[in-house]
Design a protein around this ligand. Sequence first.
Ligand SMILES: *Cc1c(COP(=O)(O)O)cnc(C)c1O
Length: 379
Amino acid sequence: MSGKKEVLPFFEFVAPGVMELHPYEPGMPVEELQRRLGVSNAIKLASNENPLGPSPKVKAALAAASEGNLALYPDDGGFRLKARLAALHGVGPESITLCNGSNTLLDLVARVFLGPGRAAMYSKYAFAVYPLVTLAQSAESIVVPALPDDSAMPYGDDVEAMARMLRPDVAVIFIASPNNPTGTWVEPAAFERFMAQVPAHTVVVLDEAYHHFQDPATRIDSDALMRRYPNLMITRTFSKVHGIAALRIGYGVAHPQLTDLLHRVRQPFNNGSLALLAAELALEDTAHVARCVELNAQERKRVTAALQGMGLRVLPTQANFVTVDFGKPSAPIHQALLEQGVIVRPMGSYLLPNFLRVSIGTEAENDRFLAALKKAVQA
Ligand SMILES: *Cc1c(COP(=O)(O)O)cnc(C)c1O
């Protein structure tokens, strides 16, 4: 085809927000790099996955379960997993929403609360899924300026600015702590002050995808706050520390009335039985979780020091990745890393074109990244 693309007649009825949407840009899969550049042996440090993978107990149970009856629908209520999660968070199962990935949960919140004439609020460098689910509902986005470059938490969420910018039509506020793509976090005391200022009709979604990787001293006491504020919802995922991103499962914890609303719009059987089983066993293997957290803490420190030794700035991080400032457009460095079989995440779509986000891998993967980066910056 040549010239301007013809717009087909059904575009007349496309929701206005969807017209402005651009699909989410995921980290490049290893296979794609092999197809594109013919590079074999590539490593992916681009989607904050767990380099150690899931607990061995999860793998064994999945192998056994694949011999089971795959013709039957899964347990729609997720009874056993919900019971475990409820105990973990000190709530009843009526406070738990299971979802195939916590991103889907963000979408449920948007579908319940957002629409034309209502607004969602989030920070300028917030997770890309927040604008996505907001636009999908044709709601307005209030993008709050982030903390300044020269602050203690550069590019992080500025909850004081958020409180100042509140309006009566703000239905949902999305905050990730630690945040992706910056790694920055919201200090617990600042978050508590913030919650006290948010009106009771505004739902605050606290996205804790990276909760386990945080130094406990920097963690928000979200369970206690959630009991105090019925408009506070916590989301967590099994894609990061639990190492089962492939299975797509996450969950939310919230007041039963908020949970009930989400259950009205979720699809029946929205979690596969293998995902439910794997999540249950992943929660049980706390020793594996501790190993993953320990490896991440050690390697994050080592990688950060090596990058700083190269004269690069690393944003403060409590997550399983580092966000690196090259002080000039990072695209050539990204390309040079790809050519050496190292996939990291470019930050142009996040309006941070001088940065790259690099997930913490195994010791060997991190060494390979650092060696490739040295070559890339010399070139
Ligand atoms: C990775 C991530 C998620 C988790 O997504 P899933 O859909 O559960 O895989 C959620 N929020 C943030 C900020 C993330 O970085």
